[in-house]
Structure formats: structure tokens, C-alpha cells
Write a protein of this length. Structure first.
Lengths: 226, 749
């Protein structure tokens, strides 16, 4: 049976088509999910894509977090369903308290779009197992509110438990504490990051690299072997 | 104040009316009275004043723009021509592309963030209204001197506005320009372009036909923003003295626009609309009169049903409001329910505000009382047409006689080296990454090329790899020296940029930015530039699909440089064959294509080193441009070139520097026979490009150039970590990079 991976569209989600394409390129069946629909349509995993859901007008992710689809998703994620939050999706995951911490406005106060080098710090999560530990990858980064923050105790805990999944290399682009680009929950099924792996899955498009494809091949292998 | 109904207007012919304050001239007001056979009501006056403004009616430019329709090259790619919201071009495989560039200059000076943001919003709705999915935006920008304090107010606001709106909308920003010149102080140019893609059968036109069909207004509620923006803002010169008439600039809501796009595309998909129009300048006045006049003519609107943000708005204000993120659709009665259902799905407010009638008048009612009864064509299309006087400026000859050839050239290799570094670090030639990194260029996942490439390129079909490219160019300094040639140079450069990316140029759109049409000098510049552009398009075989004119870009007596910005659209059958600018592999051979002459009039070198503007701009040879483009396209298609960069402002050294920095590789250059080092590096002769050829393709490539008669000279090789000009100087890439990349952040960050 083909692996079914859902991608949620909230009002103002922008990278949903890209995430669906990445799922397809990686070899799974992409399934569009709608924010008003509580039903996850038997998907095996979910991607919360990037964008500006509800315009980020209140606080990035703060409104989407209360949508009908999230009710089911929060419940299922807690039960172990793999969820990847990219950019706005990461912001929604922190707003939903599925991942700790929060994102503040970039320290330079500008939107920033660039190729970003990352180190995969944890290659054992559901979404990173196709990478080697410590592997350096380059994927696009593009956001306004990307500065990861949490209290010292949480940060120490994340470090101690190996839950810092990705760290920025060659310059912290936004002032994120401890250069954190992405994190995972303790179980490793929920991963969130600010950079966009779904934009780095075809050699010709975007950065010209396919470093992001590993996220999607990781989850497919995990689900197939499960 | 009591309601000024049609009946009341007929009974009170002598009532005083604020036509002057609304920007109408006395004879224009008299004309309106003549058309209606009575005085207009307040609401009618509001409609005529905005629709007959320079911005909406093109009253000063129309007689010159006619040429674009008359000098049409034989080209079967055009599906929809000038006059619709945007032109449509056939790009093959059943796809059609629509694209357009518009100005939002005046609002962006007053309120940089919102002015620029709503500029993006407006052009995107124009494209959407043609039935297309918007796929990319570009932004040609002009600001005052880079080190002027006000530039630090205007530029960051404009850039943040373009980013804030465009990024939230989910459209990749793939190109454009940033130019600084003191002439734009007080009159920055904020042009915005958009490309949209659709299947041929999905083309929608702005027309209201079929009596009984419903008029549906959907999108944002109508508020008091931007009222009179069109007539007062865009059509009056900024006076240096006296109290300014500055109505509110519109405020954008990109989230609402994103919903509007998705909602509209879903409505198109189900084929629910008979006609559609976006609401931009002149708001409902424009949409209702244009839709009605393009259809059978009759329309009845109940204006009090329009959803409002501010319940105290008068009917006149509702008609003039330029509130953003609104569209107006004509829908057959049996489709209305489904239409409203889709709007509900996307949380978009939609209201039936009227219907198409079998009459010939546009009739608007306010709580049952008639306040407008006009022939819609008289509002939308029968505005005044001016034959403004124009004459070659008295100073033009002296300017052209002030030849740049007499300027002191670098005396030795050390000076030459120093001037290269000054050139690539100058604000106009420096890297604009600080600006373009504030725009999302990746969203939608189809971006093949984006800034700082020669042209932006997006894939439009993931199966076949069909793609389109767009470049925008304009050089106000060239156009000031000779507007006819300057316009052709803008066309040639944009055309060349598209070809350098590997795409075949198909058609153009333009944004013509000039000073006051009431000044005969400016009108001459405009007449010359339009003539140059029309002649150029005829020769290149690229039709003008539409465009935009922005006049009154001047403060007091001082006009901006005439600045025709030309956008060329190209198509590429397989985006895998695109050509980047980066010199990425050592050993690639560098060839200079075209002829280089000592042409420095209006050049970047003359500006940077001598603060000089005089003489004649580079000569234009459009037959040569065509040949060069064919070579660039064939070379790309057949794998003979790895990289290409067009040569324009800054000359060869600017192009080589950019290509080296982009690829992270150096170059060893030699001056070809017959040229001196200075001319080789800094000349801005048109019709040229530098290409990187893999060694294995050298013969095949030079044979092709030879057989086609294109001059080609081997000028070096990609190698090392510096740019070396044999026998003259060498500069480490790190030094070039610092010079090139530090300028803009130092000035603006």
C-alpha cells in the first residue's frame, strides 16, 4: 500500500503545493487536507506547510492552531503520528504546544530569503533518518519570524535529550538561540524547522540542490518498515 | 446634505459643483454636462473625475500609444491585445501567458510601504482578472541618490512593502531592477510586474453581457482609503510650495488577496463567470463602467448593498474608494449560488450588487433613489483626448554635444584597477542582495532563475518542463540623452537578457514613466520614446501586449529622466536548458560576442568616475540584437554554452565581475586585438554578451558564430581566485566581493 502523506491548507498557506510535490517526488501519495475538515482521511503522516496562515496578523500560527483539523492532528500526533512543521507549520506546532519554545521576529527585523546551510544534529527522528548524523545540508530559508526562543531550562533540556534536530551553520540568519533551526519532540515523530526542505527536492528548481528530499524519503522508509 | 439624485440634478442646473477640486478642467466639466444634457449628480461627477483622470484615461498619451496598435509585427503569438486588463500570449502546449507592468509611483513616495504593497496587489489582480494564475512578480524600482537621507526613508519602506505583500501572497519575486539617480528624488518609480499562466480556453474578459446576469462584488469591504487617489495623486505634479492635496494612500491586506486569488481560481475552474474585472484605480466607478461598456451597455447597481468598512461613507465616496482586494464578476443567475458557496469556503465576502440590463445606461441607485444615469462608454472610453504640444527641448543639442569621449581616462594600470573597484562598488552597480533577499523567490517551487540572473524564469509545466522568462530594463540616462534611442536600448537590453537566459523573446509590456505632459519638453521625450519603442518592436517582431503610463513624475519644474521600462517575455521549451550567469567551472572559455566601440555617453563609468551625463547613448542595431539572441538561444539549446551574461551598464567588467562572484570562480582576461583595455572594460556598446563555453564545444560554437556572421572574440578563461587582466592588473575575488556587496547594506541597513 502506498504511503499517504497529508498536507494541510489553512487560509494563507503558501507552500502547500510545493510540499505536495515533494511528497510525490519522494514516492508517496500526497493528500490535500483542508483546515475546516477534522477528518485526516487516513493519512499516515502530516506536513504543516509554510506560508502566512491568517496573514500572521495576530501572531504566526496562533489562529491556525485552533482550526478543526488541528483538533484531530494534535490528538493523533500525541499518539505517535509523524508530523513535520515547516516554517509557518513549525510556528503552528509551537503554538499548539506540540513542540516547546516560540519564534520571534528576526533580530534584523527584515524578511530574509537565502540558501541556508544546516547541520542535521539528530538523524534518528521520523523525518531525518535518511541523513547521516552531523550531515551538512543546504536548503532555502525564508521568513520574517524565525528567531527561535525558549527559556534556558528548556534549551538545556532540548540539548541534553538530543532534541535539537538542526542547527544553522555559516552564520545565524535571525538570532535564534543556540543557532537552533529545528527541533523534535522526545518521541521523534514531531519535527519542526524554519528552513524549507520542500523547496530543495529538484536539481533545477530553487537552490539547484536536492538536500531537502531526505525529509520525505526518511518518513516513507519509516512508514513502509513500520 | 441631502442626496443629489438624477432628478435633483435636472432640477438644479446652476448648483455649484467641486469639479475643480476633483481635478477636472473647465472644458472637461462642460463636456460632461453636454453628454448628460444636464449637470452631473455628485456621484456622476465623482465617476467622471476619476475615470477621466490622466491615470485612468491616458488622455495625454493616447495619441502616441496608438502606434503600438498600428505598428504591429507579424506575430501569431498574441491571443488578446492592448485594451484588456493585460495582454495574452500563446506560449505553446495549450498554455497562454499574460503579463503586465504597472506603476505605483506617487503613492510610494507618500507612503512607501503601503504604496509599494498595493502596487503589487493591483497588478496581481489585473493578471487574475484575465483568468490566469499569477506565478511570479518583478519590481523595477528607481530611487533618488543612494546617499540622500530621504532615500533611506523611501527605499526600505518600498522594499518592505513589496516583500510584506508579495511574500504573504505566495508569489516568487524573480526579477526587476534597482536604480539610483538624483533625478528620482521626490519622484521614486515603483513599477510592479506580474506573470500569469492559464490554458487558452480559460481566458476571461472584462465584459458584462446577458441581461439578467448578476453583478457580484467580492473580496474586501469598501472603506475610505484611497478616495480620489487616482485623480488627485497620480495626475497632479507634486508642487514644491503650497498646501498639498494628499488623500489617503490605500492600505493593503495581502492575506485577503491570497484568499481572493484561490477563491477566484476555483470559480474559474468551475466556469462560473461570464465576465470579470478587478477593482483598482477608480474602484467601482471603473469596474462598473468598464464592464458595462464592454458588454451590451446596460447595468443597474444598488450601491447601498456594497459591504462597507465605514458605514458613514457617502455614495460618491463608495464609488471612488480604492479599497484593495476587491473583484467584480458578472455571473449567470443559475451560477450565483455556487459562486457564493465558493466565496464562503474561502471566507471571502460576496454580494450581489446589481444586474446587467437590456438598456444602454449605467444606472446606480442609493436606497431606491437614482444617483447615476450615464452612458457607460462616455465614462470608461470617451474621456478627453489631448494633443499636447511638444518640441525638442532647447537644451537637447548642448547635452548631446557634451561628449563623454573627452572625459579623462585612467592614465595607468593602477588607475584602471581602482576605477574597476569603484565601478562595481557604486550604488547602481553594487549587489542588490540586501534588497532581493527580502523577497521570497522560492515559493510555488517553480523558480528556475531569479535575481541576480539576467532574467527571471519559472517552470509552468512540470511534465514537459515548459518555462517562461521575464526581464525588465530601462535606462533613464540613455533616454535623457536621446529618448528615441533610449527606449530602443531598454527594449534591446530586456530582449537580450531574456535570450541570454536561453528563452526566446515573444512579446513586451512597458511602463512609461515621464514628467508632466503639460511641459512640451517632456511631451517630446514621451513622443520620441514611444516612437522608438514602437519602431523597435516592429523590427524585433515582439508586439506590445499592453502597458502603463505614469506622467507627472516631477517636482516643480524638474522632471525625472524619461524612463521607459520595458518588460520582455520569453518562452523556453525545456527549462533544463536555461543559461545561468555564473562562471562555475574552471577551464571554461570566455567569449565576447558583438562589436565593441568607444561608447561612453550615459555610461556607468562616466557617472561613477566623472559624475557626467552627456553625449549620445550607445548605438542600437536591432538586426544585430536579433542575431545575438538567436546565437544565445541556439547555444543554450544545443549545450554549447554553460553561462551567459548580457553586457549593458557597467560594460564587460561589470558582467564578468557578477558572473565570477556568482560562480565563485575567477577569470583571466586578455584585451582582444583592436581594442584598448579601457574601452574593453567599460564601453557600453549594445548588442553584446559574454559567454562561457566548455572547451569541448569551442569549435562548434565559434563555427556557428562565424557561419551566422556574429563577431566573436576569445577574451579569456575561467580560472583561479582573482580577475586578472593580462598585463594590467589583477584583483582578488574577495576584494571584488567586498566592494560589490558592502555598498547597499552600508547605505541602507
Amino acid at each position: 500500500m502506498t504511503t499517504r502523506i497529508g498536507v494541510v491548507t489553512f487560509p494563507g498557506t503558501l507552500d502547500d503545493q510545493d510540499a505536495l510535490r515533494a511528497v510525490r517526488i519522494a514516492g508517496a501519495e500526497p493528500v490535500s487536507l483542508w483546515h475546516r475538515d477534522k477528518d485526516l482521511h487516513q493519512v499516515d503522516a502530516v506536513v504543516l506547510a509554510g506560508g502566512f496562515s491568517y496573514g500572521d496578523y495576530l501572531r504566526a500560527g496562533a489562529i491556525s492552531r485552533f482550526s478543526p483539523v488541528m483538533e484531530t492532528l494534535i490528538e493523533q500526533a500525541k499518539a505517535g503520528m509523524p508530523v513535520l512543521g515547516i516554517c509557518n507549520g513549525f510556528q503552528i506546532l509551537t503554538e499548539a504546544h506540540l513542540l516547546p519554545g516560540a519564534m520571534l521576529r528576526n533580530n534584523h527585523l527584515h524578511f530574509i530569503c537565502r540558501d541556508q546551510k544546516l547541520r542535521v544534529e539528530n538523524a534518528e527522528t521520523a523525518w531525518t533518518s535518511d541523513y547521516a548524523p552531523g550531515q551538512e545540508i543546504s536548503v532555502p530559508l525564508k521568513n520574517m519570524d524565525g528567531r527561535y526562543t525558549a527559556d534556558e531550562r528548556t534549551l538545556d533540556e532540548l540539548e541534553a535529550e538530543g532534541r535539537v534536530a538542526f542547527r544553522y551553520l555559516d552564520g545565524n540568519p535571525n538570532g535564534s538561540l543556540r543557532d537552533i533551526a529545528g527541533i523534535t519532540n522526545a518521541a521523534g515523530n514531531i519535527v519542526g524547522l524554519m528552513p524549507h526542505p520542500e523547496h530543495a527536492v529538484e536539481p533545477l528548481i530553487g537552490t539547484g540542490r536536492t538536500d531537502g528530499l531526505g525529509f520525505f524519503t526518511s518518513i516513507i522508509k519509516k512508514l513502509v518498515n513500520a | 446634505m441631502s442626496l443629489d439624485t438624477v432628478k435633483h440634478a435636472a432640477e438644479t442646473p446652476d448648483a455649484e459643483q467641486p469639479w475643480k477640486e476633483l481635478g477636472l478642467k473647465e472644458d472637461e466639466y462642460a463636456r460632461i454636462r453636454e453628454i448628460l444634457g444636464r449637470r452631473p449628480t455628485g456621484a456622476e461627477l465623482a465617476m467622471y473625475s476619476v475615470m477621466w483622470s490622466e491615470h485612468c484615461s491616458y488622455k495625454s498619451s493616447k495619441v502616441h500609444l496608438k502606434q503600438f496598435g498600428e505598428k504591429v509585427p507579424a506575430n501569431d503569438a498574441m491571443l488578446v491585445g492592448i485594451g484588456e486588463n493585460a495582454g495574452v500570449v500563446d506560449v505553446g502546449q495549450g498554455y497562454a501567458v499574460t503579463f503586465k507592468v504597472e506603476s505605483h509611483n506617487h503613492p510610494s513616495y507618500i507612503e512607501p510601504y503601503q504604496g509599494a504593497a498595493t502596487g503589487i496587489g493591483g497588478i496581481v489582480r489585473d493578471i487574475l482578472a484575465m483568468g490566469a494564475r499569477p506565478v511570479a512578480v518583478v519590481d523595477p524600482l528607481r530611487f533618488g541618490a543612494a546617499d540622500h537621507p530621504d532615500t533611506k526613508r523611501v527605499l526600505p519602506g518600498v522594499v518592505a512593502g513589496i516583500g510584506g505583500y508579495g511574500n504573504c501572497l505566495g508569489l516568487p519575486n524573480i526579477g526587476g531592477e534597482v536604480v539610483f539617480d538624483a533625478c528620482y528624488q521626490g519622484n521614486p518609480l515603483v513599477n510592479a510586474g506580474c506573470i500569469g499562466v492559464m490554458k487558452h480556453e480559460d481566458i476571461h474578459l472584462a465584459q458584462a453581457s446577458g441581461p439578467g446576469n448578476k453583478v457580484i462584488l467580492y473580496g474586501a469591504r469598501t472603506g475610505g482609503d484611497g478616495i480620489g487617489g487616482v485623480s488627485v495623486l497620480a495626475s497632479e505634479t507634486f508642487e514644491s510650495t503650497g498646501p498639498a492635496k494628499r488623500p489617503a494612500v490605500q492600505v493593503g491586506d495581502p492575506f485577503q488577496e491570497k484568499l481572493l486569488i484561490e477563491c477566484t481560481l476555483e470559480i474559474f475552474k468551475e466556469k462560473l463567470v461570464a465576465g470579470i474585472q478587478d477593482l483598482g484605480g477608480a474602484g467601482l466607478s471603473c469596474a462598473t463602467s468598464e464592464l458595462a461598456s464592454a458588454g451590451s451597455g446596460g447595468m443597474r447597481v444598488e450601491l447601498d448593498t456594497v459591504p462597507l468598512r465605514d458605514s458613514s461613507l457617502s455614495p460618491e465616496e463608495i464609488l471612488m474608494s480604492e479599497s484593495q482586494e476587491r473583484m467584480c464578476a458578472i455571473v449567470e443567475p443559475q451560477h450565483v449560488d455556487r459562486f457564493l458557496e465558493i466565496c464562503e469556503k474561502w471566507d471571502v465576502i460576496a454580494t450581489v450588487i446589481g444586474e446587467v440590463t437590456d438598456g444602454s445606461q449605467l444606472e446606480i441607485f442609493w436606497h431606491g433613489e437614482q444617483i447615476v444615469d450615464v452612458p457607460p462608454r462616455s465614462v470608461a472610453h470617451d474621456g478627453p483626448v489631448y494633443h499636447r504640444p511638444f518640441a525638442r527641448p532647447s537644451w537637447q543639442d548642448a547635452l548631446q554635444a557634451d561628449d563623454a569621449g573627452k572625459l579623462a581616462r585612467p592614465a595607468n594600470a593602477a588607475e584602471l584597477r581602482e576605477q574597476v573597484l569603484r565601478l562595481v562598488a557604486s550604488p547602481n552597480q553594487a549587489s542588490k542582495a540586501w534588497i532581493t533577499d527580502q523577497y521570497d523567490r522560492f515559493v510555488q517551487g517553480n523558480t528556475v532563475l531569479a535575481m541576480p540572473e539576467d532574467a527571471g524564469m519559472v517552470r509552468i509545466d512540470a511534465e514537459s518542463n515548459l518555462g517562461v522568462a521575464l526581464a525588465t530594463d530601462g535606462n533613464g540616462r540613455y533616454a535623457k540623452l536621446d529618448p528615441y534611442t533610449g527606449a530602443q536600448l531598454a527594449l534591446a537590453e530586456s530582449y537580450r537578457n531574456v535570450a541570454a537566459s536561453g528563452a526566446k523573446p515573444l512579446a513586451i509590456s512597458d511602463c512609461l514613466n515621464f514628467g508632466s505632459p503639460e511641459d512640451p519638453d517632456v511631451m517630446w521625450q514621451f513622443a520620441e520614446a514611444t516612437r522608438g519603442l514602437a519602431d523597435g518592436c516592429l523590427e524585433l517582431g515582439t508586439p506590445v501586449t499592453g502597458g502603463n503610463v505614469s506622467l507627472y513624475n516631477q517636482t516643480g519644474e524638474t522632471a525625472i529622466h524619461p524612463t521607459p521600462v520595458v518588460a520582455v517575455l520569453g518562452v523556453i521549451d525545456d527549462v533544463n536548458r536555461r543559461t545561468p550567469v555564473a562562471f562555475a567551472e574552471e577551464g571554461q572559455l570566455l567569449y565576447l560576442l558583438g562589436d565593441t566601440a568607444a561608447e561612453f555617453g550615459g555610461s556607468a563609468w562616466s557617472e561613477v568616475v566623472h559624475h557626467h551625463l552627456g553625449g549620445l547613448p550607445p548605438k542600437v542595431d536591432l538586426a544585430r540584437e536579433k542575431l545575438l539572441a538567436e546565437i544565445l538561444i541556439s547555444g543554450s539549446r544545443d549545450g554549447m554554452i554553460d553561462a551567459a551574461h548580457d553586457l549593458s551598464d557597467g560594460g564587460l567588467i561589470q558582467a564578468v565581475t557578477e558572473s565570477c562572484l556568482r560562480g565563485g570562480k575567477g577569470a583571466r582576461l586578455v584585451v582582444p586585438d583592436g581594442l584598448d583595455a579601457f574601452t574593453f572594460l567599460f564601453s557600453e556598446s549594445a548588442g553584446r554578451a559574454v559567454v562561457a563555453v566548455p572547451r569541448s564545444e569551442e569549435l562548434r560554437f565559434t563555427d556557428m558564430c562565424g557561419a551566422r556572421g556574429l563577431p566573436v572574440a576569445r577574451i579569456g578563461v575561467v580560472d583561479g581566485e582573482e580577475i586578472e587582466l593580462q598585463g594590467e592588473f589583477s584583483i582578488p575575488l574577495s576584494e571584488l566581493r567586498t566592494a560589490h556587496e558592502a555598498t547597499i547594506p552600508a547605505l541602507l541597513a
